[in-house]
Design a protein around this ligand. Sequence first.
Ligand SMILES: C[S@@+](CC[C@H](N)C(=O)[O-])C[C@H]1O[C@@H](n2cnc3c(N)ncnc32)[C@H](O)[C@@H]1O
Length: 180
Amino acid sequence: MPARMGNVIAAGAYRNRIQPPKMIVDAINARPGMIVVEIGCGSGLFIVEVAKAIQPDGHVFAVDIQQGMLDKLQKRMEHEIVTNIKPILADAGGRIPLEDGIADAVFSVAVLPEIPNPTAVLFEIKRLMKDNAVYADAELILDPDFPLRRTMMNWAKQAGLTRTQQIGNCLRYALVFRKE
Ligand SMILES: C[S@@+](CC[C@H](N)C(=O)[O-])C[C@H]1O[C@@H](n2cnc3c(N)ncnc32)[C@H](O)[C@@H]1O
């Protein structure tokens, strides 16, 4: 998805209703002090809500491959006066410049199906997770790349992640995984 579409996909009230950020906040059980990584943060609709939920001493790393998206995230951070997000320009299909086991939670929304090798990204996500960390992925059927739950679960299984929870229905879902 090109960065110029960043504001469209995050269009406030509409997206909030059909795919509320609270779904991710709940899925990762966001709480103060956590270290969280989002893969493919786009313009930041989800990460800003997570960043607020983990204040005052939690931190979020926002990974995206497009500087244009990170610029939009920066504007959102300024507008919402959120300071605990660190944007990271990186390809999640390669090595993300963060240390092993840094995260209490990792999440992604509508990203994995855009990436040619989703399993490679899931291995990278697993590398970032602490042993007891969770990974949540949320998808919406309106996305042209929408993966069926079983597709997502297959990719995760190949990377050694086990599903522990599912939220939502066949139109929109969040799946929660832990390391095997
Ligand atoms: C459909 S948008 C979703 C953005 C955001 N998660 C949301 O739901 O509003 C997909 C995002 O993933 C990013 N992305 C695509 N491939 C990526 C990769 N290999 N590494 C990191 N980010 C990537 C895109 O730049 C884009 O911001």
